[in-house]
Write a protein that binds this ligand. Sequence first.
Ligand code: NAD
Ligand code: UDP
Length: 337
Amino acid sequence: MGPILLTGGAGYIGSHTGVELLNAGHDIVVFDNFSNSHPEVLDRVEQITGKSVHLVRGDIRHQAELEAAITTYNCQAVIHFACLKAVGESMERPLEYYENNVLGTLQVLQAMRATGVNTLLFSSSATVYGVPQYLPLKETHPLSATNPYARSKLIIEDILRDLHRANPEWRIGILRYFNPVGAHESGLIGEDPLGVPNNLMPFIAQVAVGRRNTLQIWGRDYPTPDGTGIRDYLHVVDLAIGHLRALQHLDTPQCLSLNLGTGTGYSVLEIVHAFEKSSGKTIPYEFAPRRTGDVASCYADPSLALAVLGWKAERTLERMCEDTWRWQHHNIHGYRS
Ligand code: NAD
Ligand code: UDP
């Protein structure tokens, strides 16, 4: 296969996927506006793999920039990661979210059509299941959205299904990620949120390294064994390998939705204790009210991805914590260290 265009390829999941693609012998073109990432990440990806990365600084809302990137490098497939992803911010600034995520994706699709590229992996999320009606979540669970970020993912999924109905020759993989955490084992790349982290693992890592004092645990009265929320955390390298498998599977026309998760849920307190063990640091925490929109428990039934792709998440929670800690304490201030 020719080069692969990674929109948002400088971000957390895109950079780890880039490493796995390069290691598997693919050429990659990263298309990113660095609104939520740092160019340094691409030097690190090159350092890890010993291969070079093509970079196009551009915005997915501009179709011409996307078309130029695809034709210049003769890209054969697109993995579309670029997106704004903060749930709280999406409730305050819905128009920015719909513009960046939905309008941006339409430009990606139109640029693909104009250049004759019809192989696409799209980063969706477990958030499209809304409040779980049963657990573990299967791909056939009803879809709904409780905030503009989630709705942008759902709208895009619907657009992709419509596109495939009208043009069945397209090869589309909709990947519904559960909770990606961890970092590459080299400690050279990892999650580097701008400002206060919204997600649990980067917040804990910043407490451990001394950037923040106390973790607030949102809710201790959920109907779970210890009262704190349960999620399906998966190692970002397992997730990256899932993209590689999904891309190999897109050798025939289809529009496939797949969960990428481990199938195991851990509570907030279990994560805190696992991180303390891996890092040797104490994580001071206090309980705070529930976060609006949070569900008690969310975890995947990952059996379809195993059946269809032969993919299964391999890395343990201990590994997720060790790798997060290695990345964070070697890069206290992330890529700006
Ligand atoms: P990230 O913010 O680290 O990466 C996104 C990248 O897209 C960034 O490098 C950013 O600069 C770039 N970008 C944003 N808007 C752009 C635009 N208009 N033009 C060009 N580039 C733009 O996020 P991530 O965690 O790597 O997430 C990647 C994808 O996975 C997103 O679509 C996200 O919604 C989805 N996802 C993430 C999670 C998670 O917990 N991290 C969970 C489920 C789904
Ligand atoms: N969480 C928390 N404190 C934080 C961040 C998250 O208690 O500072 C909890 C949150 O309520 C949820 C879990 O940790 O139960 C995972 O949250 P995250 O935002 O990482 O993932 P999501 O809720 O989007 O699945």
